[in-house]
Design a protein around this ligand. Structure first.
Ligand SMILES: *[C@@H]1O[C@H](CO)[C@@H](O)[C@H](O)[C@H]1NC(C)=O
Ligand SMILES: *[C@@H]1O[C@H](CO)[C@@H](O)[C@H](O)[C@H]1NC(C)=O
Length: 514
């Protein structure tokens, strides 16, 4: 009897667990910051018994436990940007950023398909139960969904992209949903809404054009019988996005769009000795511009002003930068500890931290939110501007306009951050909102990934709106019929009235004559 109960229990448990699956992640972009999010997801899938193959050019993927990395060679397509000065990057307009995304990635698919590893998988090497893809600029990879006949899960390491919503049939009404590229935040003015709307339509149309170019490459690789890419793309089973209503905005999502911001954040550890020895019992400030932009590209006199202000303030500062690259002319005060590598989360969650001077990359921003740390924002490019704006709007950050800021301005902004308790209080509140969830983001992400596995692609999650053409979705065809009726009705009315007037007028005319 006991064995029977145990057995039935195991059977019931088994029903609820996705069987160990074979998963393929194709991630050819050489972007370390994007991989931070993927590695959390993939590592967890592997630790739950799934077999995870990852195609990537990133060396650090090999350090992630449990993954079977299939290395490929990729040219460093982002090299030119890494040599940009901070001010040059900040000066790029949104339009040039959109152009950079699409034009600079035009031959990406050709490069992606070149490695033999790709051909081997296309030609039906191992059988996969699931494919994981990034939606950023590599939709040609959706050809694998067709070649391998496996469901696809899309991931974006940013907040939703204009072409992310459309593929899932997700509402993206620009009257209140701020678009990634528009650099506006909710509660828009009339002009901002106009800008938001135009940017949304513009980026969607540009992406549509881009998809046509990618389709040519995809057909060359997967064969002419490949279904249209937009059909394959719209057939994604699940879309994981890196936002949360607390840190971004409350917006509607269809059933298979899941917000998993914070998925990359692990438990903070106690700080390594070098850092804790430096901090001691004092409060400290943490400075980092992330992995793309670095502080050595700030003009020397500006950097010296920041150093001077920090010296006057006397607080200890942990400054992430490559000391070798800093100019010899700089006078670095003793209270600044410059270091090339930092355990960022452990530093941000240290109780003595005052605030974080940051470029507002999404991952860094989320870590600061998680730890309840207010920020001084120096966004450099892409979504960093909207992240910074959002944080300023939520009252947890102040933006430093580094081009125009004088030494007094810098002093003033740092002083304000230290003296006004408001920023820290708001940051603590935001941290509580960000962490208050029924499930940890990683568990939630895994739950839905396994849901898709259990239900063989889970078509029941899909919004019916993906089967509609754009004019059907916006009911323009229905509107056309209604307008036609109104026009016909008005036309008939006009003819009747004219006839009546004519009859009446004609009669009086005749009567007068008589
Ligand atoms: C920090 O403060 C504690 C208690 O106030 C004291 O025991 C300790 O020696 C201090 N450490 C340093 C490095 O100042
Ligand atoms: C859509 O995806 C499902 C699996 O999720 C698959 O069975 C189906 O064939 C796909 N349809 C198209 C048109 O690719």
């Amino acid at each position: 009897m006991k064995t029977f109960i145990t057995l039935s229990f195991l059977v019931i448990l088994g029903l609820h667990k996705a069987e160990n699956a074979k998963i393929l992640a194709v991630l050819p972009l050489p972007t370390v910051s994007h991989f931070v999010m993927f590695s959390s997801l993939l590592e967890e899938l592997a630790s739950r018994g799934h077999e995870v193959d990852v195609i990537t050019p990133l060396k650090n993927a090999q350090e992630v436990p449990g993954l079977n990395v299939i290395p490929i060679q990729m040219p460093d397509i982002y090299k030119k940007f890494k040599h940009f000065k901070l001010e040059t990057l900040r000066g790029l307009s949104a339009t040039s950023f959109v152009k950079m995304i699409f034009v600079d990635h035009l031959n990406l698919c050709e490069i992606c398909f070149a490695p033999d590893a790709m051909k081997k998988i296309r030609d039906g090497g191992p059988k996969y139960d699931l494919i994981i893809l990034e939606i950023f600029v590599t939709d040609c990879l959706f050809g694998f969904a067709h070649a391998l006949q496996a469901p696809v899960i899309s991931v974006t390491t940013s907040i939703d992209l204009p072409w992310g919503s459309s593929r899932m049939g997700n509402p993206d009404n620009p009257s209140y949903i701020a678009n990634y590229f528009a650099n506006v935040v909710p509660k828009m003015t009339l002009l901002e809404r106009l800008h938001n709307m135009i940017t949304l339509v513009q980026t969607k149309m540009t992406h549509w054009w881009f998809l046509q170019q990618q389709e040519k490459e995809a057909k060359k690789f997967f064969g002419e019988d490949l279904p249209p890419l937009n059909k394959l793309v719209a057939n994604s089973s699940l879309f994981l996005i890196n936002s949360h209503f607390s840190s971004n905005q409350a917006r509607p999502t269809v059933k298979n769009v899941i917000e998993i911001a914070g998925v990359h954040i692990k438990e903070p550890k106690t700080l390594e000795k070098v850092y804790s020895d430096f901090i001691g019992n004092s409060s400290f400030i943490y400075f980092s511009l992330g992995s793309w932009t670095s502080s050595e590209t700030i003009p020397i006199h500006k950097l010296q002003s920041i150093f001077d202000v920090l010296k006057e303030l006397k607080f200890k500062v942990i400054w992430k930068s490559d000391k070798k690259k800093l100019s010899n002319e700089l006078i670095i005060p003793k209270n600044i500890f410059i270091t090339e590598w930092v355990p960022q989360l452990d530093i941000l969650c240290h109780p003595n931290i005052l605030f974080f001077i940051t470029h507002n990359g999404l991952m860094s921003t989320q870590e600061a939110i998680h730890c309840g740390v207010p920020m001084i924002s120096i966004p450099a490019f892409s979504d960093q501007f909207i992240n910074a704006k959002t944080m300023v709007q939520k009252g947890v950050a102040l933006e430093l306009k580094i081009e125009t800021a004088t030494k007094q301005d810098i002093h003033h902004i740092l002083q304000e951050m230290i003296e006004n308790r408001k920023y820290k209080e708001n940051a603590m509140k935001l941290s509580q909102q960000f962490k208050d969830r029924p499930q940890k983001p990683l568990d939630e992400a895994i739950y839905w990934v396994e849901y898709v596995l259990r239900h063989k692609g889970a078509p029941q999650l899909k919004s019916d709106s993906i089967y509609l053409e754009w004019y059907q979705y916006h009911l323009l065809d229905v509107l056309f019929i209604i307008l036609s009726f109104i026009v016909i009705f008005l036309g008939i009315l006009y003819i009747i009235i004219r006839r009546c007037i004519h009859l009446l007028f004609g009669r009086t005319h005749k009567q007068k004559l008589l």
